[in-house]
Design a protein around this ligand. Structure first.
Ligand SMILES: CC(=O)SCCNC(=O)CCNC(=O)[C@H](O)C(C)(C)COP(=O)(O)OP(=O)(O)OC[C@H]1O[C@@H](n2cnc3c(N)ncnc32)[C@H](O)[C@@H]1OP(=O)(O)O
Ligand SMILES: O=CC(=O)O
Ligand SMILES: [Mg+2]
Length: 318
């Protein structure tokens, strides 16, 4: 049987996607306007899993150059040591603007680079291809960069599976690898012409579609921003809801949101207890040659064992 090159590439890219290492948590993905050095310095004191220096919507149009230059000089001092591992990203402007190429070049061609590039408004695979071609010309080292993809329009949802597949395929010949999808709910509402209500029922379909697709491609799923940043009770409710839907983290815009969000994406002590007991019971039953067994009145087999393993992995984060 002759297997075409395209088929081989697709299999390899799927293999790469499904065997990726997901140890980097991104529970709170914290935005910091790139033109605000005071906020940038503060963001490294907040214990957030992921800090995003923003060139896009948190920055006024007449400050775009200032943001880019501020981020570049900040990056060139080297990644700040905060006593724990964290992800340092830059969100560039979208590819339909005049700013994105300079944003990308400026943060990629220095001695120090961010860990991750966040790419907004990925409506179709052409956007990804253009990003990939350009990034490849700017990256001069072998270090692989993470890519986080924003899904924030009707078109991006219609093209979502192709976008995820193409991101995997492109990463085989590029120096980046896709690691997460972000649900850009604010741009999404603007794009499809809706205004948010308190219970967010009008965006539930999109919110679920994103998490489902992200998981199908073994990508992290980052939930929407809670813009009422003084309402911490509402934030807690929405964060816990996102975690129940399967999201792995949430976008954050203010320091006070970080601890609430990071807590919400940790498993509860009851879940950890359940998972620990289940895994112990699983080990015993494996030794007896039993694949399916009873644990606390439920039939348990591999899918539930994997869920328990996920809970234990997450519980080890702080
Ligand atoms: C839909 C999207 O794309 S969301 C992403 C784009 N939007 C953003 O990035 C917005 C980010 N957030 C912000 O700019 C701000 O939090 C605002 C404008 C909402 C409120 O700002 P402020 O009025 O300064 O908030 P507040 O006074 O409560 O801030 C308290 C402290 O936290 C700091 N702070 C506030 N937001 C941030 C932030 N995002 N990152 C780091 N530090 C911050 C302030 O500088 C202040 O520090 P200080 O006391 O040392 O001076
Ligand atoms: O980029 C985020 C959004 O909600 O839009
Ligand atoms: Mg957006």
């Amino acid at each position: 049987m002759i297997i075409g090159k395209t088929a081989v590439r697709t299999v390899l890219s799927c293999y790469k996607i499904f065997t990726r290492n997901y140890n980097v948590p991104r529970r709170a993905l914290m935005y910091v306007p790139g033109d605000d050095l005071r906020k940038i310095s503060k963001s490294f004191t907040l214990n957030a899993d992921c800090i995003v220096l923003d060139c896009e919507d948190g920055v006024a149009i007449n400050q775009k150059n200032v943001a880019r230059e501020t981020i570049r000089s900040f990056l060139q001092k080297g990644k700040p040591n905060i006593g724990r591992e964290y992800d340092l990203g830059v969100r560039i402007n979208s590819l339909d603007t005049e700013f994105w190429q300079e944003d990308l070049r400026s943060c990629l061609n220095g001695e120090f680079r961010p860990d991750t590039i966040l790419l907004p408004k990925v409506d179709d695979i052409e956007t990804l291809k253009l990003f990939s071609d350009t990034a490849n010309t700017y990256i001069t080292t072998d270090k692989i960069l993470n890519l986080i993809i924003y899904i924030e329009s009707a078109k991006s949802f219609v093209n979502l599976i192709d976008i995820c597949k193409t991101a995997g395929t492109l990463s085989n010949k590029s120096k980046f690898r896709p690691v997460a999808l972000v649900f850009g709910s604010d741009d999404f509402c603007a794009n499809i012409g809706i205004t948010r209500t308190t219970d967010s029922v009008e965006i539930l379909y999109a919110r679920q579609k994103l998490v489902l697709t992200a998981k199908a491609f073994n990508l992290q799923a980052i939930d929407m921003v809670y813009i009422k940043y003084k309402d911490l009770e509402g934030l807690k409710i929405q964060s816990e809801e996102g975690a129940r839907l399967g999201y792995t983290g949430k976008q954050v815009i203010h320091p006070a949101q970080v601890p609430i969000v990071q807590e919400a994406f940790l498993p509860t002590s009851t879940q950890v207890e359940w998972a620990t007991g289940l895994l112990e019971s699983f080990e015993k039953h494996q030794k007896q040659g039993k694949g399916a067994f009873n644990y606390k009145g439920n039939m348990i087999d591999m899918p539930t064992v994997k869920q328990a393993e996920n809970i234990i992995k997450l519980s080890k984060l702080q």
